[in-house]
Design a protein around this ligand. Structure first.
Ligand code: 0RA
Length: 686
């Protein structure tokens, strides 16, 4: 059953912390002396500064990007260190606060960063952790950890990208402190007081030389912190924004069971409450919760050491194998299979399935395009055996619930059979072959997917303009008529029968659903171009739903974009400018004339379509169709001048809930969402 790894016993832990005490300098003076006494302190420092310089030179290599996403990543990085403490059982409280001055504080009640002299570095361990790349946290390999791992580039990266950072460690009765400027320590670690608590507090101000925007969003942070709280049921995480007077506490005693309920809270449940299974083999704790709902898609979220492994991996394979085998065996044993002509398959057991699977692995191997696929082979059989055995027992103990599940799977199998017939028909017609590209596709001339792009355009008239305006060498246009099918409410065979959807996936050329193959895509960029009105936003959401549910890899590999047509045109004599948002319009109007406030002007434009004052004409672009081909090219399609928004999924659970809200049966939550967001949101950040 795979390799055995041992976690340190409590006694061993006590032993090692005792040893640590022996080498710990007892007074501040000694500590300071010690910090420098390594002999080559300055030599070490040069090495360190080179490392941090590399981070400042290419921040994106370490945190993904320097947009809002990268900015929030800084907080997750610090929190990950606290999560490591929580996973080790040393910490049950994490406080995150957005401060008035724009900095963020993360405080935990873990063991505190050690401050004694690091044996090989000759400096305080705190300084090493905060300034050496990948020094991350623990110096042993037996604990499960996030930091220094995948996301975890180490808290030193946060330090390097902060104008300043202050670290405090509460440990052995002392408060240790160090401050850094752009990663460089101001002075050695010092003791600034006494305390009887333990833990770590890190406060940092992101460097505005590095980040475009340095404002933290409560909502964004809240989503990740909520996810972490679901995954660690003993942990309480609080989030506070001093500027907005907002505060929220995330603490879910039900853990991943509550997580599954949260994900599905707008869907109809098939069984009373989620099945919950937990176990541990070879120091690999496994936890899984699942529920069935009346939808047709499956939604399996998998985590390794609290990291969302959205490319799946061995843990997921083990879970699926156990689910299929165990439910299938039970169905036959309990004599629940009435239609002998139909054989149940893996997919049938996953229709309408919502699952959270969380495992802890001491030395995870991450693979795949985005390094979010677990590779450790031993994990498969561990998960398979824990889930298989416990699910068998649960089914025997809960026959009424078990029957509901099996009945649901039988219905899925019957529908699959119908879908297969539909698909066979489609195949026979060769519709999936590239030789059979949709008639209304205006393809590009190059044959190189990395340089080719396709615009999915709302409406035939805008499609016509786009066809005339494009650069036909590398831009393909696929006009879409009206609203495409809502895949959130349709089974696979319905989806495959739909002409618009068929046109989309034939054009893209990589298949659909489980058979989707990224290597076969015909375009490197998929650009959605819709009108800036309610219908346009609905069509965009329908398209995003299709891509998210059935061609998810396109989104995960960063290939899906949303075109940004201008909202207004400002004209004064020969001067002409396209304006993309209301702030920009505000600035331009102020520049061109005083008088009427920009807000009033915008209101007038929105109501009248166009207004004129002192020879300034402001007109509003509503539909893409209002632009002629040349304008469309200039403003929206020319790669030199256009802006396109990349679609990203930071949080799979939240994205799933968003699509339920927008595309599901309930009208009320959808209306609420649209009312809340419609005014300013031009794009959905899923
Ligand atoms: C190095 C070693 C140990 C803990 C930490 C770092 C640590 C870092 C951070 C950052 C934020 N919160 C943190 N909490 C702990 C292990 C110390 C030991 O073995 O006692």
């Amino acid at each position: 059953m795979g390799k055995t790894r041992s976690k340190k016993s409590t006694a061993e832990k006590k032993e090692s912390s005792k040893k640590e005490k022996l080498i710990k300098p007892s007074s501040q003076k000694e500590l300071q002396k010690g910090s420098i006494a390594g002999g080559d302190y300055s030599a070490q420092n040069i090495h360190v500064l080179k490392g941090l310089e590399a981070v400042r030179k290419r921040p994106a290599m370490y945190i993904g990007d320097v947009s809002s996403r990268g900015l929030h990543h800084l907080v997750y990085e610090v929190v990950d260190n606290s999560i490591d403490e929580a996973m080790g059982g040393y910490c049950n409280r994490i406080k995150v606060k957005i401060n008035k001055n724009g900095s963020v504080t993360v405080e935990d009640n873990g063991r505190g960063i050690p401050a004694d002299i690091h044996p090989s570095e000759g400096r305080s361990a705190m300084e090493v952790v905060m300034t050496v790349l990948h020094a991350g946290g623990k110096f042993d390999k037996t604990s499960y950890k996030v930091s220094g791992g995948l996301h975890g580039v180490g808290v030193s990266v946060v330090n390097a990208l902060s104008e300043w950072l202050e670290a405090e460690s509460y440990r052995d009765g002392q408060i240790y402190y160090q401050k850094y400027n752009r990663g460089e320590p101001e002075e050695p670690v010092k003791v600034i007081g006494k305390t009887d608590k333990h833990g770590t507090k890190v406060t940092f101000l992101p460097d505005n030389e590095i980040f475009k925007k340095t404002i933290f969003k409560f909502e964004t942070l809240g989503e990740r912190l909520r996810e972490l709280a679901f995954l660690n049921k003993d942990l309480e995480i609080t989030l506070e924004d001093e500027n907005e007077n907002e505060k929220e506490s995330f603490h879910y005693e039900g853990g991943i069971v509550e997580f599954v309920q949260y994900i599905d809270d707008k869907r109809k449940q098939i069984i009373k409450k989620p099945v919950y299974i937990t176990g541990e083999i070879d120091n690999t704790p496994v936890e899984v919760a699942f529920q069935y709902n009346d939808s047709y898609s499956d939604n399996i979220l998998t985590y390794v050491n609290n990291i969302n492994t959205h490319e799946g991996g061995t843990h997921l394979v083990g879970f699926k194998a156990a689910l299929t085998r165990t439910l299938n065996n039970y169905a036959f044993k309990a004599n629940l299979v009435k239609n002998k002509k139909i054989t149940l398959q893996g997919d049938d057991f996953r229709e309408g399935l919502t699952t959270v699977l969380s495992v802890k692995v001491a030395e995870p191997q991450f693979e795949g395009q985005t390094k979010t696929k677990l590779g450790n082979s031993e994990t498969k059989s561990i998960v398979e055996s824990i889930v298989g055995e416990n699910l068998r027992l649960w089914l025997e103990d809960n026959p009424a619930e078990a029957k509901k599940i099996i009945d649901k799977c039988m219905r899925a199998a019957e529908a699959r059979e119908a879908a297969r017939q539909a698909r066979d028909l489609t195949r026979r017609k060769n519709a999936l072959e590239i030789s059979n590209l949709p008639g209304k596709l205006a393809d590009c001339s190059i044959n190189d997917p990395e340089h080719a792009e396709i615009y999915l355009v709302e409406g035939d008239s805008a499609g016509g303009s786009a066809k005339q305006g494009r650069d036909r060498r590398f831009q393909a246009i696929l006009p879409l008529k009206g609203k495409i099918l809502n895949v959130e409410k349709a089974r696979m065979h319905k989806i495959l029968e739909n002409d618009e959807i068929k046109a989309i996936f034939t054009a893209i050329g990589a298949g659909i659903g489980d058979s989707f193959d990224l290597n076969r895509i015909r375009y490197g960029k998929i650009i959605i171009m819709c009108d800036a009105d309610v219908d346009g936003s609905h069509i965009r959401t329908l398209l995003l739903t299709l891509l998210f549910r059935h061609m998810r890899q396109l989104i995960d590999s960063g290939r899906v974009y949303i075109a940004q047509p201008p909202l207004f045109k400002v004209k004064k004599g020969k001067y002409e400018e396209y304006v993309f948002d209301e702030d920009e319009l505000d600035r331009i109007i102020k520049k061109l004339k005083g008088g009427k406030s920009a807000e009033e002007t915008i209101q007038d434009v929105v109501e009248e379509g166009a207004i004129s004052m002192n020879g300034i004409v402001v007109s509003r672009f509503k539909g893409l169709g209002e632009m002629n081909p040349e304008q469309l090219w200039q403003t929206t399609m020319n790669p030199e001048t256009r802006t396109v928004l990349q679609v990203t999924v930071d949080n799979a659970a939240e994205a799933d809930r968003l699509f339920q809200t927008l595309m599901g049966d309930d009208v009320e939550p959808r209306r609420e969402f649209i009312e809340k967001n419609a005014k300013y949101v031009r794009n959905l950040d899923i």
